[in-house]
Design a protein around this ligand. Structure first.
Ligand code: 5RP
Length: 241
């Protein structure tokens, strides 16, 4: 579990730049996924040298285990109450810093943690930067009860928005349904393009069986994009400038 991830210069560059945002005594949200894992490793390295007195809330069981195994203090979000900063990865980042998240199926906890933070900063490699969201499938977490009815309602809603692709139940390699940390299912929506993310988010959030979708709109304040040459660049939302 504590093995170093395979070295990726772009992810490492983004993670290292994000570690510099951390101040002693901060309450931190730790994201989920391969880029967030690199950040957790780099953060733990710095904390081992400097102390820092950090208190961390994790966005998944996997991240909680990793962070604790590296010596970081992980506590329930409710113990921390409000966080100074959350650092997380993303599957897509658009020019307004709207995101698709949930490739790892953790977007429910990720959104709760990000929205309980003064600042959410995304770390990603260049492949995640897009002009328009939607090439990556949009994950939607749904409760198991009546999930096929929820799927039908999502399909109807997509038809209404002229986004008619079929939501697919996420499965593991052995074909068993993927279960989130909350014991829910994921429907992946292959939409190709999302011209109006707000309308889609509203439609999805009106369906009772939908717990949370992977659209993060107006939540991320800054994105740090790592490059293969080991450099990084900060993107700030155009709409909030
Ligand atoms: C998990 C997420 C991840 O942040 C997202 O999938 C990016 O992961 P990676 O850094 O491995 O590409 O949203 O639910």
């Amino acid at each position: 579990m504590t093995d170093q991830p395979v070295f990726d210069p772009a992810k490492d560059a983004a993670a290292l730049a994000a570690v510099k945002l951390v101040q002693p005594g901060m309450k931190l949200g730790l994201g989920t996924g391969s880029t967030a894992n690199v950040f957790v490793h780099r953060l733990a390295e710095r904390a081992a040298v400097e102390g820092l007195a950090l208190r961390c809330a994790a966005t998944s069981k996997a991240t909680a285990e990793l962070a604790a195994s590296l010596g970081l203090r992980v506590e329930p979000l409710d113990e921390l109450g409000w966080l100074d900063l959350t650092i997380d990865g993303a599957d897509e980042v658009d020019p307004d810093l709207n995101l698709i998240k949930g490739g790892g199926g953790a977007h429910l906890r990720e959104k709760i943690v990000a929205c309980a933070s003064d600042r959410m900063v995304v770390i990603a490699d260049q492949s995640k930067v897009v002009e328009q969201l939607g090439a990556f499938h949009l994950p939607v977490e749904v409760v198991p009860f009546g999930w096929q009815v929820t799927q039908a309602l999502i399909r109807k809603g997509l038809d209404g928005l002229e986004l008619s692709q079929r939501p697919i139940l996420r499965r593991l390699r052995d074909d068993a349904p993927f279960l989130t940390d909350e014991g829910n299912l994921i429907l992946d929506l292959s939409l190709e393009a999302i011209p109006d993310p707000q309308a889609l988010a509203l439609m999805l959030s009106r369906i009772p069986g939908v717990v949370e979708h992977g659209l993060f709109l107006g939540i991320c304040e800054m994105a740090i994009i790592g490059r293969d040459d080991g450099s990084s660049v900060e993107l700030v939302a155009e709409v909030t400038q």
